[in-house]
Design a protein around this ligand. Structure first.
Ligand code: ZN
Length: 610
């Protein structure tokens, strides 16, 4: 026990049942009815998750014995009357292997505070201590603890007591417990650590070297690190998975073990590039959203949705800089960067939903739409990540153009950092746009009205031309064409049905029917299982082999099961739409375009440094 007003104790007790046992001791509880509650969502992931559903049982006691417990709503309990100290005990079921929840089995334990630590209502701004207790079983005696929670009475990477200044801090340091592998590097004298859980054979020295270069680019942009003693990348490497969540001094990442660089890897492959992009993204959040925050998030209202139209700035701008830092740090080359950028643009241009929902609306409705995508998502919504990153690109290029490359979106980020990040003042709705106009010394209100609050595509073809880059919209060359490439394969391309499918034992299941495509016109629906095209079996894997024998205008007889009913459709192939983006450095360069591109991608300056 410590002399903190609130003390938590957490012990992974039963790996087979995936249970944490937690105690929360409140020294001075509200005598006639102390309440505690568990958050409904975790900051950074805008969806109601109702973490309280994983509390298996809960009880309370004070100095004189058991105390009556009343459940007030889905996430709130009341105790009393009682006299302090009051200890609330509960078991948490932890079987969510994601960056947002808690997970515990014989291989490791991982938790976010939002899943395991109740808020003491009325005392959330008080400091607290947390004792992290090792599992009793001797099998686990080699386990250690990785977290950026400040240590109070615990050795580095050890079990023991940690502390937090308030509840907000308590839930902002995820904890990994187990036998992990590590590596580290320094940025401006601040230790940066990489902690990897999972069965991996990877070149972590390579990862540390590349991450250091990327982190340095971000620090250079903002001019300084936020006030942190250390930063930790907590990586969970599994068979298949992808996700990240930002925190004030760390991030949690879920990736495939095959995304980590294999020993001897030379140029980053697509998987490793994706992992670096994810790390870069979460690290940029250390400034943008963890400290430069929407006013709506100060303080976080964790019992219900918090609405803001600004996620395009916090996720979109971050998504723009995550890949840009890869080329600025020279971890990838210019061609690799344009390939990634073109693939992002392709994802945007392929969604008909972008004509129905603006990025500002997508942000506001993230809770029920972006985070709860169903089969109609490509037709109904737009991603504030993907289109948001293209808006950031368009803004960057416009500011550079308007200022003859003297200013850029980098200056906007520095201004936001000085004005909001360092002061802890929330960014009001519309606040980022105001700073953009100020830095650009131009009125970009029309651009925001059209592309942010309206559904227009950003004019990337015009803007990129000024930087010597050609923006090409073309038809997809086949189902595996993600955009980016400028080299056409050696055939005429495969006609498209206008669906996305997945393999099933009995055929190909339609996941999405795309707006205005041939399948929609023919009456096919999501959930239908395609079984035959013109009398031949239709497997997911062989669909393009079947389709490449057809041409625009041909009519196909399609058989499919809807539920248990066999149905027949007549589908006429239409021209494949121009929805795929390629970017290439154009052959006709002027000194001005060369200079503008080098200033944007930092390629010229690095050459001088080399
Ligand atoms: Zn993000």
């Amino acid at each position: 026990m410590t002399d903190f007003p609130v003390h938590y104790r957490i012990e992974p007790t039963n790996p087979a049942a995936h249970l944490f046992e937690v105690q929360c001791t409140i020294i001075k509880p509200e005598a006639d009815g102390q309440r505690v509650a568990l958050p409904a969502w975790i900051p950074g992931s805008y969806m109601i998750r109702d973490f309280a559903k994983n509390i298996v049982r809960l009880w309370a006691a004070d100095t004189s014995g058991p105390v009556a417990v009343t459940k007030l709503d889905k996430a709130t309990w009341q105790f009393g009357p009682c006299t302090g100290p009051l200890t609330v005990s509960y078991e948490v079921y932890a079987w969510d292997l994601s960056v947002r929840g808690a997970h515990f089995d014989q291989t490791h334990a991982y938790f976010n505070g939002t899943s395991v630590f109740v808020q003491v209502i009325g005392q959330t701004d008080h400091p607290c201590s947390v004792e992290i207790v090792p599992p009793e079983d001797k099998t686990y005696q080699s386990w250690r603890v990785a977290t950026t929670l400040p240590r109070l009475a615990a050795p580095p990477y050890g079990f023991g007591t940690y502390q937090a200044a308030d509840y907000d801090e308590l839930i902002d340091h995820p904890v990994e417990i187990g036998t992990f592998v590590q590596n580290s590097f320094e940025v401006r004298g601040v230790p940066h650590e990489i902690v990897v859980y999972g069965q991996v054979r990877a070149d972590l020295n390579r990862l540390a070297r590349d991450l250091k270069a990327i982190c340095e680019v971000h620090v250079e942009l903002f001019g300084e690190l936020p006030p942190i003693d250390r930063y930790v990348f907590l990586i969970m490497a599994v068979g298949e998975g992808y996700g990240g969540l930002e925190h004030r001094a760390s991030c949690s990442l879920l990736c495939s073990r095959f995304d980590l660089p294999r020993p001897g890897l030379e140029k980053p492959d697509e998987n490793y590039r994706r992992l670096l992009g994810l790390c870069s993204h979460e690290y940029f959040h250390t400034w943008n959203v963890k400290r430069i925050k929407p006013a709506a998030f100060i303080p976080y209202e964790l019992s219900q949705e918090s609405y803001t139209r600004q996620l395009w700035a916090f996720e979109g701008i971050t998504s723009y800089y995550d890949d840009l830092a890869l080329v600025r740090s020279r971890v990838i080359d210019e061609i690799g960067y344009f390939e990634m950028l073109a693939q992002t643009a392709t994802r945007v241009w392929r969604g008909q939903g972008r004509f129905k929902q603006s990025v500002a609306e997508s942000s506001f409705d993230a809770w029920t739409k972006f985070y709860r995508q169903d089969e109609s998502a490509p037709n109904a919504i737009v991603s504030y990540y993907a289109k948001g990153s293209l808006l950031a690109l368009a803004l960057d290029l416009q500011i550079r153009e308007a200022s003859a490359n003297q200013r850029s979106l980098d200056d906007v980020m520095r201004a936001l950092w000085r004005r909001y990040g360092k002061t802890g003042v929330g960014v009001p709705e519309g606040g980022v746009e105001a700073v953009v106009n100020e830095i650009a010394d131009a009125n970009l209100s029309e651009f925001f009205a059209q592309c942010l609050y309206g559904t227009a595509d950003p004019p990337l073809d015009d803007l990129l031309a000024g930087f010597g880059v050609q923006f090409i919209l073309r038809p997809a060359w086949g189902p595996n064409d993600k955009g980016g490439s400028v080299t056409k394969p050696n055939d005429d391309g495969v006609p498209a049905l206008g669906v996305r499918t997945a393999a099933r034992d009995t055929g190909a299941e339609i996941l999405n029917v795309l707006d205005k495509g041939p399948a929609q016109a023919a009456g096919l629906a999501a959930g239908d299982i395609l079984i035959a095209i013109d009398g031949l079996r239709a497997n997911h894997a062989d669909l393009s082999k079947l389709l490449e024998r057809y041409r625009t205008g041909d009519t196909l007889e399609v058989h499919a099961f809807r539920r248990d009913e066999l149905m027949e459709f007549s589908l006429t192939l239409t021209a494949v739409p121009d929805d795929t983006v390629s970017l290439s450095v154009s052959d006709e360069q002027t000194p001005a375009t060369e200079h503008a591109r080098a200033a944007w991608l930092h390629t010229a300056r690095k050459e001088i440094e080399l």
